[in-house]
Ligand binder design. Structure first.
Ligand SMILES: Cc1cc2nc3c(=O)[nH]c(=O)nc-3n(C[C@H](O)[C@H](O)[C@H](O)COP(=O)(O)O)c2cc1C
Ligand code: SF4
Length: 463
């Protein structure tokens, strides 16, 4: 009960999919209802975006549909760059058809002329599954006049940021633009654009804003089920403010890292046990991070429900439900340093306080971790945490502030120990949980990550 997105066995053909209760029923319902009532259904369902921000999906669709202009686009976000998160890849492996059907429903509802799907080029298996599913929908005559373009994107974290994803689709690097996709959509001209030697995508440029709907893979999969089974069915699961289920990832200091679907509202402790098989015998959870985007959740907060409001109630946010667990042997300064380094490297540098500030915070945290920092260094970190978001175009700088500030606030004794003892009280390296694969209780991380430099080049591998 309460789960519907991850089938027991993968669905590998459209015939198999159409034989399920849901297959084709979402599109059928949308066509019967028409665009406006389809959007109403999504609004009434209370579905919230699963890409991390939790924005109400119906409100987003209604906003795009209401924009003037002759061209609207749909972008499906399958970048899945958040560390500790594997749910979109799990969904695309297990049942890409429900995502394609959600794409057709969303494009119909907002009147999109074309759809683009952003998936990292390194996710070969998922690109193949999605491409095959689109082709099968077209052959089956369910998606006859729809154009779906699959864009294999770069490995950078920012590729998943929606304003950067539009840039990549237009053939440029993943540098977030200023205005949100509903104001400055795909192939739209904008006064904010600087000079370009050879404007990419210029042959398609229009003078209109081309409002663009960007939705996460899991959001669209949910839309299919809501249209097929109804609003009441969806609202019978989860909580009032967080209806439905969520595909959670649990990695880090757990017995068997994995991905699994849970009803929203399930306590975090139960999710760690059910999906990740809990901590090793004799160990207990010290801290949980939802990706690298949100404040730390501490051991005394593990009864918090996995829901938007549940995480809010403990001063954090659920993000995309990719949980990085640390047990009582983990150093929290080490965790803050790892995440700060990740964010600093991935920062694109368009906003100087973000790139310079996160680099300086990372350098100072490294000093703290080595037992070489002073009280003045800690004050300097606090100063940069205040300024790092100044003039920022995207949320990455805020992530840096939220993660690092929350660790320093929640673990003051551990910080003091590093300063007083001149060494780390809990030494030991842990990997950066940038997932390459997750299957059979084993997580594979991107080990090349440590060679990545602030300009996004890689140091040579010295073995
Ligand atoms: C630095 C950064 C990275 C992001 N990476 C992803 C990602 O990999 N996948 C994703 O769906 N959303 C990601 N997002 C959120 C998207 O910008 C956007 O909010 C989301 O795709 C909207 O879809 P939704 O409303 O269905 O959640 C990221 C945001 C930021 C600031
Ligand atoms: S906030 Fe940081 S990552 Fe985002 S656009 Fe500015 S420099 Fe780039």
């Amino acid at each position: 009960m309460g789960t519907y997105l991850l089938p027991a066995e993968p669905i590998t053909s459209i015939d198999q999919y159409l034989a399920t209760d849901v297959g084709g029923a979402g599109v059928e319902a949308a066509m019967r209802l028409g665009p406006a009532a389809t959007i109403d259904a999504i609004t009434e369902s209370g579905l919230r975006g699963r890409g991390g921000g939790g924005f109400p999906t119906g409100r987003k669709w209604a906003g795009i549909a209401a924009q003037t202009g002759s061209r609207r686009y749909l972008v499906v976000n399958g970048a899945e760059g958040e560390p500790g998160t594997f749910k979109d890849r799990a969904l695309l492996r297990a049942n890409p058809y429900q995502v394609v059907e959600g794409l057709i429903v969303a494009a119909f509802a907002v009147g999109a002329v074309e759809a683009y799907v952003g998936i990292k080029g390194s996710f070969e298996r998922e690109i193949e599954a999605f491409t095959r599913a689109v082709q099968e929908f077209q052959t089956a005559g369910i998606c006859t006049d729809c154009t779906v373009n699959i864009v294999a994107g770069p490995d950078e974290y920012l590729f998943g940021e929606e304003k950067a994803m539009l840039e990549v689709i237009e053939g440029k690097p993943p540098l977030p633009r200023w205005l949100p996709p509903y104001e400055h959509g795909l192939f739209a001209a904008s006064p904010q654009e600087g000079w370009e030697a050879a404007p990419h995508g210029a042959q398609r440029r229009t003078d209109e804003p081309n409002p663009t709907l960007v939705n996460n893979v899991e959001t669209l999969a949910n839309a299919t089920h809501i249209l097929a089974n109804g609003v009441d069915w969806f609202r019978s699961m989860g909580t009032d403010r967080s209806p439905g289920s969520i595909v959670a990832t649990v990695v880090g200091d757990v017995v068997a890292p994995d991905v699994g679907e849970v009803e929203l509202g399930t306590p975090l402790r139960a999710v760690i046990d059910a999906v990740g098989s809990g901590t090793a015998p004799g160990r207990h959870v010290k801290a949980v991070f939802s990706g690298v985007a949100n404040p730390v959740v501490t051991a005394d907060q593990l009864d918090a429900p996995v829901s938007y409001e549940g995480f809010e109630s403990v001063g954090s946010a659920m993000g995309s439900a990719g949980f990085i667990v640390y047990d009582d042997t983990a150093c929290m300064i080490g965790a803050a340093l790892r995440f700060s380094r990740f964010l600093s490297i991935e920062s694109c540098g368009q906003c100087p306080p973000c790139k310079l500030g996160s680099a300086e915070i990372t350098r100072l945290l490294d000093q703290v971790e080595r037992g070489r920092a002073t009280v003045a260094d800690v004050a300097a970190i606090a100063g940069w945490l205040d300024r790092v978001t100044d003039g920022s175009r995207c949320f990455l700088a805020t992530e840096e502030r939220r993660v690092v500030a929350s660790v320093l606030r929640s673990f003051p004794d551990e910080l003091a120990q590093h300063l007083d003892d001149g060494r780390c009280p809990l030494p030991g390296e842990r990997p950066m949980p940038k997932l390459v694969d997750l299957a059979g209780g084993r997580a594979t991380y991107d080990t090349s990550y440590w060679r990545k430099q602030p300009d996004w080049t890689y140091k040579p591998d010295e073995g």
